[in-house]
Design a binder for this molecule. Sequence first.
Ligand SMILES: *Cc1c(COP(=O)(O)O)cnc(C)c1O
Length: 397
Amino acid sequence: MNPSPRQPGVAFLHAPGPTRLPPSVAQALGTQPMELGDPALDGLIADCEQGLARLFGAGPGTELFLYAANGHGAWEAAITNLVAPGQCVLVAGSGPFAEAWAVHAEGLGVQVQRTPWREGHAADPRAVEELLRADRAQAVVAVFVVHTDTGSGVTNDIAAFRAAIDAAGHPALLVADVVASLAATPFDMGALGVDVAIGAAQKALMVPPGLSFVAAGVRALQVAQRNPAPRFYWDWQRRRSPLNYRKFCGTAPQNLLMGLQAALALVEAEGLPNVFARHRLLAQAVQAAVAGWAEGGALEFFVRDAAVRSVSVTTIAVRPGIDPEALRRLARERFQVGLAGGLGSLAGRIFRIGHLGDLNAPMVLGCLAGVEAALRASGIDHGPGVARAVTLLGAAA
Ligand SMILES: *Cc1c(COP(=O)(O)O)cnc(C)c1O
């Protein structure tokens, strides 16, 4: 295979993760690592833990566990600590990521009940409530909900799932995957009554892949303590140690932690409410463009209800006969815009624009212009998209 020739200028990365690295994060990644006894390493870890605790809205007694692993590693950590093989969890269907998490739990021998997912819609808290009411034996250990299902582009209402569990009077834990929403969409695990929250570095946190984290509340820690299932690398009990070598079950991924520290500093300097508002505005610009393109009749929003569209990623369904993979290839090769495709049952039916992390208005407009040029070059009918986004951003400024 020939290496692709260098393209002048900047390549636009608009997958919903990994996302663009801010310069201070990129610089941290190139820093010399330390020896494991250096107190600066303990300081770095403590800094990351405290910053993440603030970001998660972790209440008193909540503990943070950081893993040298991608998001799937944090899924596995939550599953293996909370549930033994043969025990049961309930997964709220919301798209490919909820389904992949369910399959992951099944792969570890856990029984999984799923609530049905209606394509283009958010997960259904009433279906969760009904299944929990029917669970007289209280066999369900935990309810898994993906906050933003990156595969479908919906953001689920976490508070509604807490209310559903409470309405059913069921002791199940609420476990939320906030990998794609953390530092993009408001989330506060303490206020929402979330028992376990799961995040990863390479989405709105702007760090390269390879670092993930779990925040476990008091009830979850108790459930884990009673769980007899064997586990080692992921084990929360084993990682509760002041020694960094134990905390990470081996050498800490120092440079990723330095990158995370730099990213958390950026988020805190901008101010979390401003970070959320910026994501909302940029998402509105993308949505304005998609609404404009859709007037051509060849494309449409995959998520029907505008209120549950994610601020991190927008999913666009293409008319049968259009190949979204060819469009992505064209966008990447001719216009230097990297987009995401369809996962699972959505492969070949959708493409996705990521708009999370270190982004501003002209960057998003550049991405949209690249996509629009690729639509034109592909002969895909579309209305004016970029112009709508410009209008929206101009009016908001
Ligand atoms: C990206 C993502 C994951 C998986 O993360 P990996 O790092 O790819 O393993 C899990 N859940 C959600 C919601 C995601 O967006």
